[in-house]
Design a protein around this ligand. Structure first.
Ligand SMILES: [Zn+2]
Length: 636
């Protein structure tokens, strides 16, 4: 075993090597005595030394390697040699296992107590040590100590308890209390795993021979298949009890909710059950109540745009809409705007379905159509409650839209959302719903359209040379040369679960209504409205904001092209991606009214397809040629 012991005290060594001065050491020791921290971290906090310097120094002195574990591919069975609780307590991680040898990375190898504890815990092995940044350890714990193994083990145990004695009957009642504990453990592991990797939804889907558990992370589902399909009824039963649903009703869909404390976070769980061919499928949306304050700065919105939005929502009256499909981050933006307005001097009422996050000082009303409490009904009452600001979860119908617009005209600031593709179609959608143009023109102040694009994983992204076809489409989209921008592409590594992406960032367009636009609405002239809107100085389409992120290396050009494709589909308000490709292809040939923007994006889609498939596919090339010809004749 490597002997981990410094020849002298750390402070003396650092002074001896002239990395810090005597005076700095004196100050740090004094600070350390009062704050009780370690000398190393105190020196870093005081700015006398960087973490990098300290760790390199320790690595030299102790003659152990300084590892960048983000670049390592560490198998889970290696990590599990040291249980999570000890790993976290001692800031240690087993990074390599070979025969009887383990390499343990430590963030503070000068901590003799930790070294001794680890040595005792792993006394059966020969140990080598290495040094690693603490900032790399914490995310590594979350990633590597996932609960997949526990989940599988509990599933196995549960299935043993549920093994059918005679005929296999999936609808069999499960009321045996003995397996309750295992069910709870199983579900706890699933919830812990989901929270650990930042999942937004958990899908439990029974199949004929398998149970699929899928977690949605950054908008994409990740699948885990278990063979223990017999445990499904017990799981569903337990979840239904937790969500106060009717456990005898198995043929109709049900909705409910419950609260859960996972890893010291309060999670609000929305449960939806649905009967499917092989039992009941359960989808749970996880809303983290401790997600922190909502801030416009955290949404990805450029600072210029934030400033303009702030001045808009601080006006005494008018309507501001946030638009985009489901899952585009509208609610977060709306809450962030609302949080800024949440002051003791202002009365704020929200009408929501469902109430997603609880905010202090705000009256939040839950829509409940079962007892006749619909949006319109609540809205009328709300206006009599003298609010300064009113948030309406969604403009769903003519009645809601009209009451909202009238409220905005009579001294209230009204915030709401609408399902449309971009900001310009938003006003037109209100007209389609039957709201009179003069009312929209008088009340609507601005529309924010929003989408989320996936952020490239910083650990594994690599530079990307644009193919000439890609360059062509991007320049068509940008309507200008790209210059010498550098692009990156997704690769996939351990820290991003091999997806190449981590987290998402919002792209926005803000359309402020000017006199000419309001005038067009008052005259019920939607085409003129669109023309005026495109002319406004600040208007910058969503796809260009996405392209900006790609130029900054934050996202990939795939994400930009995907967004461009989506935006060409008028009125596609769901986020169902399954049939999208088919729909795109159909749409491309049949649509007679392609605008110049949609043409550019459709070419993008076509070229991308061409890059993927056999280049001899003449039909597709012909179709592409056709689009290019159309584009040229439209004067682009
Ligand atoms: Zn990665």
């Amino acid at each position: 075993m490597t002997q981990l012991k410094l020849k002298q005290r750390l402070g003396d060594l650092l002074v001896g090597e002239k990395i810090i001065s005597e005076a700095q050491l004196g100050l740090a020791l004094k600070e350390q005595r009062s704050s009780g921290g370690k000398l190393g971290s105190t020196l870093i906090t005081l700015g006398f030394i960087t973490e990098e310097q300290l760790l390199s120094f320790l690595s030299q002195q102790l003659n152990i390697p300084f590892l960048d574990i983000s670049a390592l591919n560490i198998p889970q069975q290696t990590v599990l040699k040291l249980p999570e609780v000890h790993a976290r307590r001692h800031r240690a991680l087993v990074v390599k296992s070979e025969d009887n040898n383990l390499t343990v990375a430590l963030s503070d190898p000068a901590d003799l107590y930790a070294v001794e504890a680890i040595s005792n815990l792993l006394s059966l092995y020969q140990l080598d040590f290495a040094i690693v940044r603490e900032s790399q350890l914490l995310p590594a714990y979350d990633r590597l100590y996932r609960r997949t193994k526990d989940i599988e083990a509990f599933a196995g145990q549960l299935e043993d308890e549920h093994r059918p004695t005679q005929e296999f009957d999936i609808f069999r009642d499960v009321d045996d209390a003995s397996n309750e504990a295992t069910v709870v453990k199983f579900l706890n592991s699933v919830f812990e795993d989901a929270v650990q990797i930042g999942a937004s939804d958990i899908h439990i889907e029974p199949d004929e021979k398998a149970l699929r558990i899928r977690l949605r992370v950054d908008g994409v589902l990740q699948e885990n298949i278990l063979n223990e399909v017999a445990i499904v009824p017990a799981l569903v039963l337990r979840l239904k009890l937790m969500a106060s649903l009717d456990i005898s009703e198995k043929r109709l869909p049900q909705d409910g909710r419950f609260n859960l404390n996972v890893r010291n976070q309060s999670i609000d769980v929305r449960v939806s059950t649905m009967p499917v061919q092989y039992g009941e499928s359960v989808v749970m949306r996880l809303l983290n109540q401790d997600a922190g304050v909502f801030q416009l700065e955290n949404t990805g919105m450029p600072i210029e745009l934030i400033k303009r939005l702030r001045s808009l929502i601080r006006r005494p009256h008018g309507m501001v809409l946030v638009t985009g499909p489901t899952g585009s981050g509208k609610t977060t933006t709306l809450y962030a705007a609302l949080s800024e307005l949440n002051e003791p001097g202002k009365k704020i009422i929200t009408v929501e379905d469902p109430v997603e996050y609880r905010l202090p000082r705000i009256s939040q009303v839950q829509v409940n159509p079962k007892i006749g409490l619909d949006f319109a009904h609540i809205l009328r009452t709300c206006l009599r409650q003298d609010p300064d600001i009113l948030l309406v979860g969604e403009m769903r119908d003519k009645e809601t839209a009209e009451i909202g617009l009238r409220g905005a005209l009579t001294g209230h600031m009204v915030l709401s959302t609408l399902h449309t593709n971009d900001a310009i179609t938003c006003a037109l959608r209100l007209m389609d719903m039957g709201a009179p143009g003069y009312l929209i023109g008088a009340a609507l102040r601005a529309v924010v359209a929003q989408r989320l694009v996936r952020k490239l994983c910083g650990q594994c992204k690599s530079t990307h040379e644009l193919a000439s076809s890609e360059q062509y489409c991007l320049e068509k989209i940008a309507k200008e040369p790209l210059g010498n921008a550098h692009f990156y592409r997704s690769v996939g590594c351990q820290s991003c679960n091999y997806t190449g992406y981590r987290g998402r960032i919002g792209v926005f367009e803000l359309l402020e209504l000017n006199d000419a636009m309001c005038d067009a609405l008052r005259r019920d002239a939607p085409d003129e409205f669109a023309i005026e809107a495109r002319k406004t100085k600040y208007y910058r389409p969503l796809v260009l904001s996405a392209l900006d992120f790609a130029k900054q290396g934050l996202t990939s050009i795939e994400e930009v092209l995907k967004l461009a494709d989506e935006l060409t589909l008028d009125d596609r308000s769901s986020d169902d991606n399954a049939s999208q490709d088919e729909y795109n292809t159909e749409h491309m040939i049949t649509s007679e009214v392609l605008t110049s923007e949609t043409l550019g994006a459709n070419i993008a889609g076509n070229i991308r397809e061409l890059d993927k498939v056999d280049r001899g596919d003449i039909e597709k090339i012909l179709r592409l040629a056709e689009v290019v010809r159309a584009l040229d004749s439209s004067g682009q």
